[in-house]
Design a protein around this ligand. Structure first.
Ligand code: NOJ
Ligand code: CA
Length: 665
């Protein structure tokens, strides 16, 4: 929808400063946020470089060591002096191709310090201070003594200044599919990012990384004593963390900072730390909702492989295309269409171009196009990277020829060759090469078992959405996701980027298929997830027969998955969250709670003054409860305006959505 261009690039100049005066052997310089509240400061003391972060003069990160250690190269964590300092102000506004806001401001102060060793070897540390957080990265130019390299340790520390309340998942080098824990920082051992904290003074911060390019994913390890987290990169099989040829430019290490949990969500720091769009014509990149031959396999109704209960048959797919066309749903995902599912888990299992005999790919793709719907292709690699890389060109070319505009990829299982992790440098390279290849074929991507998002969708907006979360599927075959799970995700995993959570299950208990598994929400909360867990490819996950003639499906039909404006009205991480989003002149409000029922009153002052709106309210019934009565819901229509106060009641494990459509003037 939006043009992929920089609309204004106001000030972006580089200013060379004279070397700062040395105070003894201590040299200090800092970047200050445009609003003057947040600073990142660098100190070189006794040859070591440390950064610290303040907000309103409170120290959020105390002097934290910087440095990189290489195999058979000079250590770049000591023996430094400051050679040069340069700075610039960045102030630009850009328009994302899709996202939560139609336009994004990128405003920060950047300071680059060139550190030099006695041997003459140099390394830059680049600091940025935004109103909503700080970031820094290392950059080592190609120079004598630094041509090729093998990084054995990134020494970056995050010296926090209190035993903060922390929301975290463990550092697992292969998966982010874990339940979040809320503990004191002292109880954290090793964590994945984003990791989010609240200080005693109610400042919210979240540590992550931006622009993860040709480098290993970062996890953090807590030191046994104190409140320090230390970078622990995901290794190659031989223990090396990152290898390559100079120059080496690391991802940004980011610390988002906000006065409220909602402030974290509204931040665009991730995208702002990535390069502008690399795709010239983005007209083919179009957010859409989708249904699919998917949930049936997870609840055991259908199978991926050929047989009596094969899900991906031509008959089933046609019915789904018809359903999508009738209800204005853009895509139909079909899993289990290609041969190889009998061998899932072994090497060389999947063929990416040969359909099972009961799935007529060519005619189904043509039928979908005729109906104004796109099939969404599926490439489950089972982690077998060499085979996928060998076959992917042909597979994407086939999809492009058939007019298939989006592909879901999957990496379920250990990586082949064994010894590699999903989140190591080798896989980071793989994931990126697939994004770039997909762009060549005008294909949008939804990646499961992905590398975490780091804002790269600004540069490659065909990288639409991804899993990297304990999503809906866990409700089908495990203890499931407790009611509080989705009240944590917006403030943790989603700070990194959109989420393919796959909401919208109406048959909450699916007793007919799996009486011992269920979804842990009310039906109204399933609707609210469309507003809270935004995604430019957004699934309506249930079996289509559960949507037929269901009055609540009208909401899924209506809700956009690309927004002009988004704001968090109120939130407490792990308890509840209410988000409003605007598309054109229509507003949508989504509110969800954990296992506790709650009542709120919201001023509707975000609506246009003097305009009457019809508000369609989808709420929990008065007797609803996620455990005992999840289906109970009500749909009401009322007239409201900007001076109305909206009362929202959420059942235990419940939710509510409201769709505001202007009617006059
Ligand atoms: C795991 C994915 O998360 C899920 O969505 C998919 O159905 C299976 N792998 C099979 O590819
Ligand atoms: Ca998964």
């Amino acid at each position: 929808m939006h043009a992929c261009i920089l609309s204004t690039l106001c000030i972006a100049f580089a200013l060379c400063l004279a070397p700062p005066p040395a105070g003894g052997n201590e040299i200090i310089t800092s970047a200050l946020s445009p609003d003057g509240r947040t600073a990142i400061r660098l100190v070189v003391r006794s040859g070591r470089a440390y950064y610290s972060v303040t907000r309103d003069d409170r120290i959020l990160l105390d002097d934290s060591l910087l440095g990189l250690l290489f195999q058979e190269r000079e250590p770049l964590n000591r023996g430094f002096t400051v050679l040069r300092v340069t700075e610039r102000q960045i102030d630009e506004t850009w328009e994302p191709v899709w996202g939560t806001d139609a336009s994004v401001q990128n405003r920060c102060h950047e300071v680059t310090l060139t550190l030099v060793k006695g041997s003459g070897l140099t390394m830059d540390v680049i600091l940025r201070a935004y109103d909503d957080g700080v970031a820094f990265r290392y950059s080592i130019p190609d120079q004598d003594g630094f041509r090729s390299f093998e990084l054995i340790s990134e020494e970056t520390e995050f010296c926090l200044t209190g035993d903060h309340t922390t929301w975290w998942i463990p550092a697992d080098f292969d998966s982010y599919e874990h339940l979040y824990r809320e503990t004191r920082l002292a109880e954290v051992e090793a964590v994945a990012t984003p990791v989010t904290m609240r200080t005693e003074e109610d400042i919210y911060l979240s540590i992550h990384e931006a622009n993860l390019t040709d480098y290993a994913g970062m996890t953090l390890r807590k030191t046994p004593v104190g409140s320090t987290l230390v970078c622990d990169l995901v290794p190659w099989p031989d223990g090396i963390k990152v290898r390559g040829d100079a120059p080496l430019v690391t991802p940004w290490r980011t610390i988002q900072i906000a006065d409220t949990p909602g402030g974290l969500v509204e931040s665009h720091i991730m995208e702002n730390l990535n390069d502008p769009c690399a795709i010239k014509d983005c007209s083919w990149i179009q957010p859409m909702k989708y249904v699919g031959i998917w949930w049936g396999m997870h609840i055991g109704k259908d199978t991926w492989h050929q047989g009596e209960r094969h899900g991906a048959t031509s008959v089933n797919t046609r019915a789904m295309i018809d359903f999508a066309a009738e209800h204005g749903i853009g895509g139909v995902l079909v899993e289990g269409w290609n041969t190889g599912w009998e061998r899932w888990g072994s090497a060389d299992a999947f063929d990416y171009t040969t359909p099972y005999p009961d799935f007529d790919l060519e005619s189904l793709a043509a039928y979908a196009t005729e109906k104004g719907v796109s099939l969404i292709g599926h490439h489950e690699t089972g982690g077998d990277i060499p085979t996928y890389e060998e076959r992917v060109d042909e597979a994407f070319a086939l999809y492009e020829r058939l007019g298939i505009r989006a592909v879901k990829t999957g990496y379920a299982g250990g990586i082949f060759p064994r010894g590699h992790y999903h989140h190591g440098q080798w896989m980071v390279r793989h994931y990126r090469s697939i994004v770039e290849k997909a762009a060549e074929h005008r294909i949008m991507l939804d990646v499961h078992e992905p590398i975490k998002p780091t804002g790269l969708s600004r540069t490659w907006p065909n990288m639409m959405t991804r899993e990297g979360v304990r999503g809906m599927e866990y409700n089908a075959w495990s203890d499931g996701n407790p009611p509080e799970h989705t009240t944590i995700l917006p403030f943790t995993r989603m700070l990194a980027g959109p989420l393919d959570y796959t909401p919208g299950v109406f048959d909450i208990t699916f007793d007919q298929y799996k009486p011992n598994n269920r979804v842990h929400t009310t039906l109204a909360k399933q609707l609210a997830l469309y507003v809270v867990l935004e995604s430019p490819l957004q699934m309506a996950a249930d079996l289509i027969e559960n949507y037929e003639d269901h009055p609540a499906f009208a909401f899924i039909r209506r809700v956009p998955c690309d927004w002009d404006e988004s704001r968090v009205l109120d939130a407490a991480i792990g308890d509840h969250v209410t988000i409003i989003r605007r598309r054109g002149r229509e507003w949508f409000l989504g509110s969800i709670t954990d296992e506790d029922p709650r009542t709120f009153e919201f001023a509707l002052d975000f609506l246009e003054d003097g305009v009457t709106y019809v508000a369609t309210v989808y709420s929990d019934g008065s007797d609803a409860h996620w455990s005992t009565n999840p289906q109970s819901h009500e749909i009401q229509t009322v007239e409201v305006d900007a001076v109305t106060t909206l009362k929202v009641h959420l059942a235990a494990g419940g939710g509510q959505v409201v769709c505001f459509v202007p009617v006059s003037p």
